[in-house]
Design a protein around this ligand. Structure first.
Ligand code: ADP
Ligand code: MG
Length: 303
């Protein structure tokens, strides 16, 4: 669906995307995970064929965006990072205007709007104006609108940023349905839980480069341990990382806690107690993509 080799985007002197290789296969949910400024949106806009590449090769649906932009765009659905709905139109009109834009007949457009309102769970808001809708509803409407042309490939740039947990889960559920229908999804996100939930495969981006690639499970087993023991000590009574070196494969001090990477968190915690140490709190958890990112870059994803 997408094949990129040494794909590069420069804005003047500044290199936002620094020669990345990516392959997205039909039917998968593929993710770009990385912090703000990693180059995710710049990459998405090149794939969406709305921003020309500076260098490298790019094929989308087997076509070259430089010469086949309109043909590619006709087969894509795009959900940009910022909703760009028409606030002066109703929910239904937003869908119908888009249908007409893609060249559907009036009758087709009307039928499609009914179907997509149902999909987005917005049927009871169909005649409402867009402006007062909640963030989650606007996001679902933007996704519904991106489906007007029955796209084979759907590009979602930070689909749930700024939404509350309930709205995010509702949205994820809609995306799972699309995937089950065979739509290929490309998602950017800076939320590791979103990447873990949605993506079959992903690349971790940082500073315009890809720093790792694989399924969430592969990345975790390659770059982290099975479990993590998180310890918090009272302010002023923290210990240096070396203090725990023999209890874990890796020790990572953060401003407010210290992380001990180990296959068996409970065993490490017992050792901590056996040494007479009394942390304010302790937590044993599974490794996540956040730990992968920390390992790869030395930074946390969401500051
Ligand atoms: N139109 C532009 N002109 C100049 N710099 C840009 C432009 N768009 C993005 N950038 C810069 O490129 C870098 C990557 O941005 P972006 O692709 O939006 O990252 P992300 O989506 O991962 O947050 C950032 O440093 C950003 O400031
Ligand atoms: Mg972005």
């Amino acid at each position: 669906m997408v094949q990129a080799k040494a794909l590069t985007k420069r804005f003047g002197e500044f290199e936002a995307v620094r020669g990345i290789d990516v392959e997205v296969r039909r039917g998968e949910a593929f993710g770009f995970l990385g912090p703000n400024g990693a180059g995710k949106s710049s990459t998405m806009r090149m794939i969406a064929s709305v921003s020309p590449r500076t260098d490298g090769d790019l094929k989308v649906l087997g076509l070259d965006p430089d010469t086949d932009g309109p043909r590619i765009r006709a087969r894509l659905g795009v959900v940009p990072q910022q909703d760009n709905l028409d606030n002066e139109l109703t929910v239904r009109q937003n869908l119908q205007v888009y249908g007409r834009y893609f060249g559907l007949s009036r009758a087709e457009t009307r039928r499609k709007a009914v179907e997509l309102l149902e999909f987005a769970q917005l049927t009871d808001r169909a005649e409402a104006e867009v402006e007062p809708l909640s963030g989650g509803m606007k996001r679902r409407l933007t996704i519904a609108r991106s489906l007007v042309n029955d796209p084979e490939l759907l590009l979602l740039d930070e689909p749930t940023t700024g939404l509350d947990p309930q709205a995010r889960h509702l949205l994820w559920d809609r995306l799972f349905r699309l995937k089950a229908q065979g739509v290929t999804l490309i998602v950017t996100t800076h939320y590791m839980d979103e990447a873990e939930q949605l993506c079959d495969r992903l690349v971790v981006m940082d500073g315009g480069r890809i720093v790792a690639e694989g399924s969430p499970a592969q990345l975790i087993s390659r770059y982290s341990t099975r479990e993590v023991l998180e310890l918090r000590f009272p302010p002023g009574q923290e210990f240096p990382p070396e203090h725990f070196a023999d209890l874990a494969e890796r020790v990572e001090p953060l401003p407010d806690r210290i992380l001990l990477y180990t296959a068996t968190g409970e065993a490490a915690l017992e050792q901590v107690h056996a040494r007479g140490l009394r942390p304010l709190s302790s937590l044993v958890r599974r490794s996540t993509l956040e730990d992968v990112f920390l390992r790869l870059t030395g930074r946390t994803l969401v500051d």
